[in-house]
Design a protein around this ligand. Structure first.
Ligand SMILES: [Fe+2]
Length: 356
């Protein structure tokens, strides 16, 4: 299978996995031959791309962290909560319970596939950033927590806090929240209140565990100090906060926003590594880079030597040097061959980007 970005889909391609709509309904069963109308419909689903069958990649499995049904249902739930609060409508406790259930399902999926590295590529979308970002941060945080050996109950608390980490933004002035340019000092001061406001709201409403609330409060603290709201340092920052901050920064950096293009995953990983000990807990950074698959199995990548290939395997010890099946050399088709970037004959070759 091969992951094809949404704008590269062509008539005649065959969908390799079931595709679900916003309410979790099946909209495109696997093995469907795509036509123009279906491609138009897929584009409206706000997904980043889909897996397709391909002669040269038939033996490559789909390695999803969570499936599209679970993802879209969680996104819809979190969107409902944000929109209710933004419009000053009361949120029924039931909505939070539904989110807790969704988080439990995500935790169970991740615990069942503990060895799997985290594939975030199919979790990226062009709009509804806040809601998809919330789900991505939850998935990444749970993945880090699972690698730390947290039990199911702790993972559920961590995931719930991560899912709602930015709930406090609903209390921030909308003009500041949606401003496209850089914020003034006073606007930034207002924006910085969101982590405390989110914590305060959940604490007052008795929503989520104390640990989950602490994760929300601490998700902008920095490991060496200088973060907000409490300028906490090191282990004075709750462990959930230290985890959520890595997940939050990684997903934000790799996401396209209206005012900037997202970094490629390897640049974002360099940033996280660069922030070791100053921004992030060094032990958690070490763990994070063993769990994230920046170029997941099935994605098409461009190499520094001009070759293009599909990732066939990832390795925990060197996440930026996957196995790749080379498919193309410029415009001329060549016979596909497998290349491991960790092999001695490929040491000077790097992945430079996803290929379209
Ligand atoms: Fe935040």
């Amino acid at each position: 299978m091969r992951f094809v970005p949404i704008f590269c889909l062509r008539e005649g391609m065959v969908n390799a996995s079931d595709l679900y709509g916003e309410r979790g309904e099946l909209v495109l069963p696997r093995n469907t031959i795509l036509n123009a109308e279906l491609i138009y419909g897929i584009r409206k689903l706000k997904c980043n791309g889909i897996y397709v069958e391909d002669d040269h990649t038939q033996d490559i499995p789909i390695v999803n962290t969570i499936n599209s049904s679970l993802r879209t249902k969680t996104v819809s739930g979190i969107k409902e909560i944000f929109i209710c609060k933004e419009n000053n409508l009361p949120i029924e406790k039931e909505k939070f319970v539904e989110m807790e259930d969704q988080v439990e399902t995500i935790v169970d999926v991740i615990l069942k596939n503990k060895e799997m590295m985290l594939n975030m590529v199919d979790l990226k979308v062009f709009d509804d950033y806040t809601y998809f970002h919330s789900v991505n941060v939850a998935v990444l945080s749970i993945g880090i927590g699972a690698a730390m050996g947290f039990d199911r109950a702790d993972l559920c608390n961590l995931g719930f806090g991560a899912l709602l980490h930015d709930i406090g933004k609903v209390f921030v002035n909308k003009e500041i929240l949606h401003k496209q340019g850089p914020l003034t000092d006073s606007e930034f001061m207002e924006m910085k209140k969101h982590s405390f406001l989110g914590y305060e709201y959940l604490a007052k409403e008795f929503v989520g565990s104390i640990a989950a609330q602490a994760g929300i409060l601490d998700h902008h603290e920095k490991f060496s100090g200088g973060g907000y709201p409490n300028n906490a340092k090191g282990e004075k920052i709750s462990v959930f906060g230290r985890i959520i901050t890595i997940a939050d920064v990684y997903d934000a950096l790799t996401s396209d926003r209206p005012y900037r293009k997202g970094l490629i995953p390897s640049e974002a990983i360099e940033y996280i590594m660069g922030g070791t000990a100053s921004l992030f807990d060094p032990d958690l950074v070490k763990l994070f880079i063993t769990k994230i698959a920046p170029y997941p199995v099935g994605t098409t990548v461009k190499l520094s030597n001009g070759l293009v290939g599909v990732v066939t395997d990832n390795f925990e010890s060197y996440c930026m040097r996957p196995n790749i099946r080379i498919l193309k050399n410029g415009d001329s088709k060549i016979k596909p061959f497998d290349l491991c970037l960790a092999d001695h004959n490929a040491l000077n070759i790097t992945v430079v980007d996803f290929a379209k």
